[in-house]
Ligand binder design. Structure first.
Ligand code: Q46
Ligand code: ZN
Ligand code: ZN
Length: 312
């Protein structure tokens, strides 16, 4: 057993990539302070900003909401019930309970009610994998709620493992367009709110440890559709590398941000953005992708094109 670096009591909490042993109390302090440093490093937001946190009911998003509120930020939650049977029911209950515990406002979107179809129902009609249209829907509702309720910042709980797996995927195919967007802050533009990822430097394990120590009651089950996702593959690979050589993930990501991102950031394609004629949200086409999807599902109209720039 090691000793806590701060108070000297015996502890089995050890963070190899930082060579740091901490007791539960000092781990919580360290984790929150590190999140604050990340917020400042990337100038994500300030105490005067109104933040909407995307909360799924899982460990990362509830931890993020908890940390932001403890740090004194104006942060409310947005939960999207995807209609994925018991998984979605439990996720909503955990999120509602947590909102009550911290005394913050929670907005709820119910896909079945608000979009007209749940994820499993959409899956019946779509050839794309569920995560592809699920992601598009989530980004759409986050933007919509930010605009309707006056939030200028959208925060998601993507952690270091999420960022590194996407970075690896995009690097292996040298997808410069996607790489040029992979920064923990995307500024407000074209009617889309500013997007931030305050956990981008915290590993999945570190976030999970925080959730347990802060006694956050989260849904432990993964979404049943997560199993087949490509990034899961990369996460496993990266974990093996990390095990052999602690610090690899953080180094790969940090070096990308400091050395590579400045070189390619201006390679983002410039697109002209209109307002969707049906719902008023920003889109590259006349009708946004979500309205086209809804029309297609509800009335059997064909989608005419895909629209990559909707809800970046
Ligand atoms: S909820 Fe949706 Fe995720 Fe489920 S369908 Fe995929 S994207 S895995 S974070
Ligand atoms: Zn201690
Ligand atoms: Zn629309």
């Amino acid at each position: 057993m090691k000793k806590c670096l701060k108070c000297g009591i015996r502890t089995n909490i050890y963070i190899p990539q930082h060579r740091l042993a901490l007791c539960p109390e000092h781990y919580i302090n360290w984790f929150e302070a590190r999140t604050q440093r990340t917020i400042e490093e990337f100038k994500m937001f300030q105490k005067t900003d109104r933040i909407l946190v995307a909360v799924s009911g899982g460990k990362d998003s509830l931890s993020l909401w908890n940390v932001l509120v403890k740090l004194g930020y104006e942060a409310d939650g947005l939960h999207i019930n995807l209609g994925i049977s018991e998984y979605s029911e439990i996720s909503e209950i955990k999120t509602r309970n947590f909102a009550q515990r911290i005394g913050r406002k929670l907005h709820i979107v119910d896909l079945g009610r608000d979009f007209g179809r749940t994820i499993p129902q959409i899956k019946e009609n779509e050839r794309r994998p569920p995560c592809s249209f699920c992601g598009t829907l989530k980004r759409y509702y986050m933007n919509l709620y930010a605009r309707e309720y006056g939030y200028n910042v959208l925060a998601t709980a993507h952690n270091l493992d999420d960022e590194v797996s996407v970075l690896m995927l995009n690097t292996l195919s040298w997808n410069i367009e996607y790489l040029s967007r992979q920064f923990p802050v995307l500024p407000e533009e074209n009617g889309f709110a500013r997007k931030v990822k305050p956990f981008c430097k915290m590993s999945e394990k570190e976030a999970a440890m925080y959730a347990v120590l802060a006694q956050i009651d989260y849904i432990e089950d993964e979404c049943p559709f997560a199993e087949g996702s490509t990034t899961l593959h990369y996460k496993k690979l990266i974990s093996q590398l990390e095990e052999k050589s602690p610090g690899t993930k953080l180094r790969f990501y940090s070096e990308f941000l400091s050395k590579m991102y400045p070189v390619i950031k201006d390679r983002r394609p410039k697109t002209s953005i209109n307002r969707c004629k049906s719902c008023g949200e920003p889109t590259q086409s006349e009708i946004c992708m979500i309205c086209r999807m809804r029309n297609n599902l509800l009335y059997g109209k064909l989608q005419t094109s895909t629209d990559k720039a909707d809800n970046p």
